[in-house]
Each structure stands twice: as structure tokens, then as C-alpha cells.
Design a binder for this molecule. Structure first.
Ligand code: PHE
Length: 457
């Protein structure tokens, strides 16, 4: 980055820089940690099929719309929504969902930082040469030990938040751009290596069938909502992070093309992660429905059998940590930008965001030990036995992001004029544009509304 634009909004130095930052925000724990275990909990291939459809027809159109709102509004999400609503003769109350988005970002960070902390622990564990000593029982014991240790969880989570805070407070987008452009491809290459290895030493047949041969009798509304929610989560849409990056996208870059690259890279990383994890899961008799620990037990096992596995394992978890960091930045940036529009310094603004997410984060930390069995909404039958961590992660996927997506689709599909939208996208009113607008106006709200209704009744 970055030269200040005449309006005072900073800009990325190029479209490539935006793509790198947006890929950095999209590719993260959602792809490598969350996608495999969520697919596992929801029965595999049928989930993957709905996820891919959801990406293409629901989440990707929203991603494009969110970038558009951000670039046109050139401000923080509440400000970008409010000012464009007023410009179109609507109420300034459109800024309110933008404010909810800021809180949503902090809520995501609250649990995201815990898992990112695990990657830090695993990086050091591998670096000490411990992966090579793991068998299935040893890998599970290590993971259980980590979850049970409050001091370790708090330390790693705190360190991860400090790193994020430091980067956002400095506003060093040049540093981020550079880090992302090296680390994300490097993570991809290591993943590819892992996939090849896992397919050779693991149960490749079963893994491929599990992920890609859908048994549609497993399809149900709750699973479909989880799949669409995962599609939103993995593209980072629905809480204003993408809007914020859109605000920094240079005016002459094509939103459609840039977005296409982000979606392609993000999807590739998720599928690779699935192919790296499941052959190992089946070969070692691990439970595919093992939940949030799936990757943290299966991948060390893959590394343990691999020559040089400790070094490669340390590198892998280091890259994953960086991928998580470049996602986390997008979770603090909207709050920081909004506060700075209100005269709060960047440093103070970031401290406020970090403080809020740290406090919320305690709920997730405690969910792995002292509050493991506390189910605050247990009086609702379907939420019995779900602890704070489960409520927060599910609440984000199945409620917060879909609602955010509805706001974005309503805003671009129904508040902004067609002319304004076409101008910002810098494209003609052709078939591609029409398919996209149709998805935005009808498919997204339709799918989200149906899934909500079916899940309630
Ligand atoms: N997309 C990120 C990931 O997959 C998570 C994220 C969600 C980041 C929402 C920002 C906003 O890891």
C-alpha cells in the first residue's frame, strides 16, 4: 500500500494487492481446520456438494456485492451503508446492521484466536521434534493436554491477539501484502505435498468416496444451513470485513475478476485440506465426526510417518498461523476504521477491538475445560449439551453470517440503483451481470429464508 486517495481513504497499491489481502482474509482456519471437521460432522460428500453450490450461487455473489458496497462507500461498513442509503433517499438506519457487523467480527475473533493459538502450540511441538514420536493415542493425548491447560490456552490466544493488534494498529498494509503473497502460496504447496502423502499412506479410496460421492439421503435443512454458513465463513462475507477491503480496492480494478480469483484460491485450499485429512483419519481409525480436534490429531499423525515430518510439520503450522493472522486482521480492521472515523486513534481503536474480543474469547477458552459441560441455552431442546464454543461457532455460521448476507443482498439488489451498480462494477448489462443480480435478488434471500424457516419448524 498505499497512497492516500483524494477522499482520504487509503487504497491498496494494486488489484493484485487487493487480491492478496482478500485471499489472505479468506484462506485461514476456516479452510484447513473448520472445513474438514464441519464436513465430518455433517456426513461428508452431501455436505461438500451443498457447500460448493452455496459458494457459487450464494456466497460468491454476496462477496462481489460486499466489495462493491465497500468500494463505492469508501469508508467503514456502518458509514458506507449509511451514506449510500441516504444518497439513494433511504434512511441512515442502514448503518445499524453495519454496527452489528463490527460486533460480529469481534465475536468471530473471540474463538478464532483460540484455534490460532493451537496452531502456535503445534508449531512449537513439531519444532521440538515431537510429531515423530506420535501414534494415534499420543496425538490425541497431546491435543487433550492442550485443551485441559488453561495457562497454555490463554497464553497462545493472547499472543495471537497481540500479533493481530500490532499489525492492525500500525496499519502496515505493505507488510501484510508481502507476507500474504509469500505465505499463502507456500501453504498451498505444503498442503499439496501433504495431500499426495496422505493419499499414498492413508486410505485414499475411502476418503475420496467420503468427500465426493454424495449420499443425498443425508441431506437435511440443518446440514444445508451449516454448508451455506461455511461457504459464507470461508469467504469472510457477512460481517463487513470484505466491505472494508473493498473500500481499499483501487477504482480501476475489476471487482468480478478479483473476486473470482479469491473464490477459486479459497475453494482449492479447502478441498486440499479435506484430501489431506481424511485419508489419515480413515487409515488410523479416527472418528470423522471428531469435531474441532480433527485436524489437530490427524495431521500430526501424517507428519509423524513422513521423513522430515517434524520440520515440515513446524513449517505447515507456521504457514497456517500466518494464514490465520491475515484473516484475523480483517476482523479488527472494520472496528478500528469506524472508530478512527470518530476521531479515536488507530492504536486506541485496535485496543478496544482487541479488548472486546479477548473478553468474549474467555468463553471459548473455558469451553475446552472448566465450562466444557456448561450449556447456557440447554433449556432449548436442540441446544442441549452445546457449550459456549459450540453456540458461538454455530451462531456465526447459521445466524450472524446469513443475516449479514441478507442485508448485503438487499442493499445492492434493492437499494442501490442498477445504474450505480453497473457503474461501480464497470461492466455492461450482459448475461453475467444479470445472473449475478438475479442470484443476489432472489437466490440468496430465498435460500436463506427457506433454510431459516425449515430449521425453525
Ligand atoms: N474466512 C476466514 C477463514 O476461512 C475466517 C473469517 C471469517 C475471516 C469472517 C474474516 C471474516 O479462516
Amino acid at each position: 500500500m498505499a497512497h492516500a486517495a483524494s477522499s482520504g481513504t487509503p487504497k491498496f497499491s494494486s488489484r493484485l494487492a487487493f487480491v492478496m489481502a482478500a485471499v489472505g482474509s479468506a484462506v485461514g482456519l476456516g479452510n484447513v481446520w473448520k472445513f474438514p471437521y464441519t464436513a465430518g460432522e455433517n456426513g461428508g460428500a452431501a455436505f461438500v456438494a451443498v457447500y460448493l453450490l452455496g459458494l457459487l450461487f450464494v456466497a460468491a455473489p454476496i462477496f462481489i456485492a460486499e466489495v462493491l458496497i465497500g468500494r463505492r462507500g469508501a469508508a467503514s461498513p456502518p458509514q458506507a451503508l449509511g451514506s449510500q442509503a441516504v444518497e439513494h433517499g433511504r434512511t441512515n438506519a442502514w448503518r445499524i446492521p453495519g454496527l452489528f457487523g463490527l460486533v460480529g467480527g469481534l465475536l468471530v475473533m473471540s474463538f478464532y484466536s483460540v484455534i490460532a493459538g493451537w496452531t502456535l502450540d503445534y508449531m512449537l511441538t513439531a519444532a521440538r521434534g515431537m510429531f515423530s514420536t506420535f501414534d494415534a493415542a499420543g496425538a490425541e493425548a497431546h491435543f487433550d493436554g492442550l485443551k485441559a491447560s488453561l495457562p497454555r490456552l490463554l497464553l497462545w490466544q493472547g499472543l495471537f491477539m497481540l500479533a493481530t493488534l500490532g499489525i492492525v494498529a500500525m496499519g502496515v498494509r505493505a507488510g501484510i501484502e508481502r507476507a500474504v503473497s509469500i505465505m499463502t502460496p507456500a501453504l498451498g504447496i505444503l498442503l499439496l505435498l501433504l495431500v499426495v502423502y496422505a493419499l499414498i499412506i492413508g486410505d485414499a479410496d475411502r476418503a475420496i468416496r467420503y468427500l465426493f460421492a454424495p449420499d443425498f439421503s443425508k441431506l437435511n435443512a440443518d446440514m444445508a444451513l451449516a454448508a451455506v454458513g461455511q461457504a459464507f465463513f470461508t469467504l469472510s462475507v457477512g460481517i463487513g470485513g470484505v466491505m472494508m477491503y473493498g473500500a481499499y480496492l483501487p477504482k480501476d480494478a475489476s471487482i468480478f475478476r478479483a473476486s473470482g480469483m479469491v473464490v477459486a484460491a479459497d475453494t482449492a485450499v479447502a478441498l486440499l485440506a479435506g484430501l489431506a485429512v481424511f485419508p489419515i483419519v480413515f487409515a488410523h481409525g479416527l472418528d470423522p465426526e471428531g469435531g474441532p480436534g480433527l485436524v489437530f490429531v490427524s495431521l500430526p499423525l501424517a507428519f509423524s510417518a513422513m521423513p522430515g515430518g517434524d520440520i515440515l510439520g513446524a513449517l505447515f503450522f507456521f504457514f497456517l498461523l500466518i494464514a490465520a493472522l491475515t484473516s484475523a486482521i480483517a476482523l479488527y480492521e472494520p472496528t478500528t476504521a469506524w472508530l478512527s472515523e470518530r476521531g479515536v486513534s488507530r492504536i486506541k481503536g485496535t485496543l478496544i477491538a482487541a479488548g472486546g474480543s479477548w473478553l468474549l474469547g474467555l468463553l471459548s477458552v473455558f469451553s475446552f475445560n472448566i465450562w466444557q459441560d456448561v450449556d447456557p441455552l440447554g433449556f432449548i431442546p436442540s441446544l442441549q449439551g452445546v457449550n459456549f464454543f459450540g453456540l458461538i461457532t454455530n451462531g456465526i455460521d447459521k445466524l450472524v453470517l446469513p443475516l449479514g448476507a441478507l442485508v448485503i443482498s438487499g442493499f445492492v439488489g434493492r437499494v442501490l440503483t442498477r445504474k450505480a451498480v453497473l457503474e461501480e462494477l464497470n461492466m455492461r448489462d450482459g448475461p453475467l451481470f444479470r445472473i449475478w443480480l438475479f442470484s443476489l435478488r432472489w437466490i440468496t434471500p430465498g435460500v436463506v429464508a427457506i433454510l431459516f424457516l425449515v430449521n425453525i419448524f
